[in-house]
Design a protein around this ligand. Structure first.
Ligand code: CP
Ligand code: NVA
Length: 304
């Protein structure tokens, strides 16, 4: 049997396929807005497992699947036998007998990889401690919707070196944009994501200064200071305050620079109201584009 098409990480899918998915997402969005309906996933079922909370991911996958003609089953790890130590391998084999694809949001990335190892249906990464590839598909789509091709543009990340940054590092190589990163000491992204990006043509630079990272940027991106499940390593706000995206920091970027945030936002912490509610913020377009981008991911995984 041929291996299913898993969507685990941007580094595991070719740049050509990722670009084709974004083209498909834009086309699907256009057709939806024009009132056209097509249901290529009629009869297909997506199981979704959430080991962490979610608003956007769960609703956009659910609605996306319905718009494509399919159905979903929403599960949490704790209500399954997974929570009573049934193995991921056995869970993967059982679910593969019932459903056509599995989306999982979980803690350790290894749990996702173990699922892909044993599932005979496609597995989609809905966020792990390490990465959040669906978010970056929506983010690149959103940038291009507002400003045209992302190739050669400069993104700036300021804040914590977390899962979203890891996928942004991979995206910078896959979609050929420059990335300036500013994180406080002790919050650096994992070396393996930096190495992979550099090996694959990523033009990335690191600094401790948010102002330096943001200077001349076409897009400024940030995220929460404490990710889900990372509360034990929460650090004082004074460590992150110099990395807050506020109006003063945005002045260092290009005048038409976009502001992005995957949401949920912690207003007054990583971003101020004036920026997130300001004219250059596209955070709700990003949230909407999760739906369109993930429909393209689902169609790619399921060959629709
Ligand atoms: N951005 C994002 O993944 O949001 P949720 O945690 O609400 O799914
Ligand atoms: N870095 C955040 C992203 C939330 C969508 C987290 O993992 O909690």
């Amino acid at each position: 049997m041929s291996r299913p098409r898993h969507f685990t990480d941007l580094s595991k899918v070719s740049a050509t396929d990722l670009r084709a998915m974004l083209d498909d997402a834009v086309a699907r969005k256009g057709r939806l807005k024009a009132g056209e309906r097509s249901q290529p996933l009629d009869g297909k079922v997506l199981a979704m497992i959430f080991d962490k909370p979610s608003t956007r991911t769960r609703i956009s996958f659910d609605v996306g699947m319905r718009q494509l003609g399919g159905e979903t089953i929403m599960l949490t790890g704790t209500e399954m036998q997974l929570g009573r130590s049934e193995s991921i391998a056995d869970t993967a084999k059982v679910l593969s007998r019932y459903v056509d694809a599995i989306m999982i949001r979980t803690t350790a990335h290894e749990r996702l990889l173990e699922l892909t190892e044993h599932a005979t249906v496609p597995v989609i990464n809905g966020l792990t401690d390490d990465t959040h590839p669906c978010q970056l598909m929506a983010d690149v789509m959103t940038y291009e919707e507002h400003r045209g091709p992302v190739k050669g543009k400069t993104f700036a990340w300021t804040g914590d070196g977390n899962n979203v940054l890891h996928s942004l590092l991979e995206a910078s190589a896959r979609f050929s944009f420059n990335l300036n990163v500013a994180v406080p000491e002790g919050s650096e992204p994992a070396e393996k994501f930096i190495d992979w990006s550099k090996r694959n043509g990523g033009a990335i630079s690191f600094t401790r200064s948010a102002e330096e990272a943001v200077t001349g940027a076409d897009c400024v991106v940030t995220d929460c200071w404490v990710s889900m499940g990372q509360e034990h390593r929460a650090r004082g706000h004074n460590v992150f305050l110099p990395y807050q995206v506020n109006a003063a920091l945005m002045k260092y970027a290009k005048p038409d620079a976009l502001f992005m945030h995957c949401l949920p936002a912690h207003r007054g912490e990583e971003v101020t109201d004036e920026v997130i509610d300001g004219p250059n913020s596209v955070v709700f377009d990003e949230a909407e584009n999760r739906l369109h981008a993930q429909k393209a991911v689902l169609a790619w995984c399921l060959g629709a």
